[in-house]
Design a protein. Sequence first.
Length: 411
Amino acid sequence: MKKILVSTALLAGVLSYAGGFRVSLQGVKQLAMAHTSAHAEDASVTFFNPAGMSFIPSKLSVVAGGFGASNKVTFQNLNTLQSTETDNPLGTPIYAAITYKPMENLSVGFSFSTPFGSTIKWPDNWEGKEMVQKMELKSYYFQPMISVKLAPWLSFGASYIYARGKVDWDKAVTQFDGQVNINDNKASGHGYGFGFYFRPDPKLDISIAYRSAIDMKAKNGTATFKFPTQSPYSLLKLNAAGQDGFSATLPLVDEYTIGLTYKVTPKWLVSADFNYHGWERYSKLVLDFDNAPIGNQADPTVLVNPKNFRNSKTFRLGTQYAFSNMIYGRLGAYYDEAPYTNENFIAETPSFNTYVITGGVGFKLKQFGIDVAGGYAMPQYRDVNNANLGFYGQAKARAFYFGLGLSYNPF
């Protein structure tokens, strides 16, 4: 009983923290064109490919932006026909970047972004309350970078990634009429990125980039249990406050990207991207507890949980048309694969095969730029069949995004 109580709870919380989904909201201009990457017009290219800095026309470039992300998930038990919908708050991913060319063939830059994270809130008494009631995830990427122009048509760039993150998660513990909160706000990890950017013809840009996986080290996580009485404390070897600590290595996945942009006419360009995400890193998750005896007999405080995530792909197509030297219209669409099957569906980080339509407008006012964008997601429903968690039914979702971005390119 102890093993079911704690392992199910903590596995869900920690795994969600590791980012069971990738949030594609790192550039407002890029989102309007399906979040495509081969756009070396300002510092927003830095997150996608550090090599693109070498082709930014301005010696100094500064960008910043933010998004609102709204989503609802509905789960229906097909036996009882009972339907439950989340009440998620508005997500607010942000980004900022700066680049500078100290010399003709050398560029340096810095990017800040939030590529993993969201909040999901189910009703406290829904049928999956033992899996999750509320989950808040946040991650922050800090990336200093450098780019060298190897030829007039070719550059190479690389970045170092320092990642920080936090999780705050609640679930019910019905065996003792209680609740557990999982909290960790000090997890960190290190990674890198690199890429090549090509401009073999003034009409054609090609971006090839790789962002490494990151092992987030959670060394001081805390599980806090709340029960009507303290009798379960000794059973679970908790302290007087009903707490136990844990540590884990939480994998964030790597990403390969190939993108291109072609100028069909001086006013009209078309972009396409292919992303490959290495979700197979979730083959298992190892949790090491301070005291809770939830593992096997040989090592009772260590719990090994097999997972069956799979690599996934994203296909993107976008376009931009210049109505004038000041006004630009943008459209796009992309298809994003879910990183797990119906048999591995989890309520903490619901994921769907999703079609997304995007659009936006950009304005250039001399040295300043203003971009607005939006996206409407059409997730495909899923027949949930997770025997490991005893979770069966049908899941649906809907989502939309909007963003505002600013840029400054003085010289």
